[in-house]
Design a protein around this ligand. Structure first.
Ligand code: F6R
Length: 247
């Protein structure tokens, strides 16, 4: 895995945003896998900036990693809302080209199959953007006994509930305990992967991902098996690495 340590979140956002926009300029109908949470926000800001400078997302298709169960799509804390607010309303993407798992589906297996088929029909994901949980999760693939395959409904762990609960302060609906998430197998099929981690709360997970054994106890460690992963870190997230890569 290629590890790049940059001084701050803004520099990471610029580098990751430019990399994604470079792909979109080369391949205007690129298929992007997208993440929510705080890590990709500066990247989305940069993509919006590059759009104002002329990069078009008209033909781009997107697939989001995950969505909470039990939140209406239009809820202020849903990942649908997050993506509209942080990215989609700032670029010229066509909303019908943006795809999500339905966190309120009645039949999870059917929903998973629908999502897999839609990705396949789009030609597969060219580039997947990821964050990492403080427990090593990617998407909402929590530490487990085995690596997952396709999308599924997951029970969020106490650590994830603790990490994400602050976003639900003042919300009429409490932080959900379940989510629909892309599976690990699905994530690994992306042609290229970018993972962003900043802050000392991620340092242990980052070390386990890069220097630990490949184990479903640290789901991100499976990225060691992917041929094209770029990891962007700030110094705090890189602090525990034995081999200090600095750019
Ligand atoms: C979000 C997602 C999660 C987050 C991770 C880090 O769609 O799939 O894996 O990337 O929880 O979240 P932040 O960036 O808020 O620290």
């Amino acid at each position: 895995m290629k590890v790049i340590v940059l001084t701050d979140k803004e520099a990471i956002g610029q580098a990751a945003g430019d990399l994604i926009c470079g792909l979109v300029s080369q391949k205007p109908d690129a298929v992007l896998g997208l993440a929510t949470g705080s890590s990709p926000v500066p990247t989305y800001l940069r993509m919006a900036e590059r759009h104002r400078e002329g990069v078009s997302f008209q033909k781009v298709k997107t697939f989001n990693l995950d969505e909470y169960c039990g939140l209406p799509e239009a809820h202020e804390n849903s990942y649908h809302t997050f993506m509209r607010e942080q990215l989609f309303s700032h670029i010229d993407i066509q909303l019908e080209n943006t795809h999500f798992l339905d966190g309120n589906c009645a039949d999870e297996a059917a929903e998973s199959e629908r999502f897999s088929r839609t990705i396949e029909a789009a030609g597969g994901i060219d580039l997947q953007l990821l964050g990492i949980g403080s427990n090593g999760h990617i998407g909402f693939n929590e530490p487990a006994q085995a690596f997952t395959g396709e999308a599924f409904k997951v029970a969020l762990t106490p650590s994830t509930i603790k990490d994400n609960s602050p976003n639900f302060i003042g919300s009429d609906i409490p932080m959900p305990r379940f989510a629909m998430t892309m599976g690990i197998g699905q994530i690994l099929r992306a042609g290229r992967i970018i993972l962003i981690a900043t802050g000392e709360a991620k340092a242990r997970a980052v070390k386990a991902m890069l220097e630990g054994e490949v184990t479903p106890q640290c789901p991100a460690s499976v990225l060691q098996k992917h041929p094209d992963v770029t990891v962007y870190l700030n110094p705090a997230a890189a602090a525990l690495l034995s081999d200090h890569p600095i750019e």
